[in-house]
Design a protein around this ligand. Structure first.
Ligand code: DQA
Length: 146
């Protein structure tokens, strides 16, 4: 298996980025985010695969299939991060180092967003830097592979 394989997972409602509450999430679309990540990933010698779903089970299935296939998962779980024990268990079960990403600073928003149930099974969390959150996660993954 070549080193530096990254699976990027996007959870519910992130397919609407660009037009979804732009004052919170900005105007960059998901396709543009993926393109920016792909470009930076190439520079860092990483190969990236992307998957978005609005369905908890589909994200979990994708994680299961990722077992032994990827060095890192970078996931923006959307709202699932606040309550999905099933997603947390899937991350834990597959044993791939995982970075949790949020565009917005979840700790500066409504109280229900202050908790991440997946954070304890992730290597780290990056929250609040908009599109840069994803690119910072790539830097962290690349550094962690050395
Ligand atoms: C989000 C934050 C979550 O609270 C929200 O449900 C999202 C997007 C973010 O990227 O800031 O869907 O994960």
């Amino acid at each position: 298996m070549p080193k530096g394989r990254i699976l990027v997972l996007h959870g519910p409602n992130l397919n609407l980025l660009g037009t979804r509450e732009p004052e919170i999430y900005g105007t960059t679309t998901l396709d543009q985010i993926n393109l920016l990540m792909d470009e930076r990933g190439r520079e860092l010698g990483l190969s990236l695969e992307f998957f978005q779903s609005n369905h908890e089970g589909k994200l979990i299935d994708r994680l299961h299939a990722a077992r032994d296939q990827f060095d890192w998962v970078i996931i923006n779980p959307g709202a699932l991060g606040h309550y999905s024990y099933a997603l947390r268990d899937a991350i834990s079960a597959v044993g791939i180092r995982t970075i949790e990403v949020h565009l917005s600073n979840i700790y500066a928003r409504e109280p229900f967003r202050h908790q991440s149930v997946i954070a304890p099974v992730c290597t780290g969390q990056i929250s609040g830097f908009g599109v840069q959150s994803y690119l910072l996660a790539l830097e962290a993954a690349a550094a962690g592979l050395n």
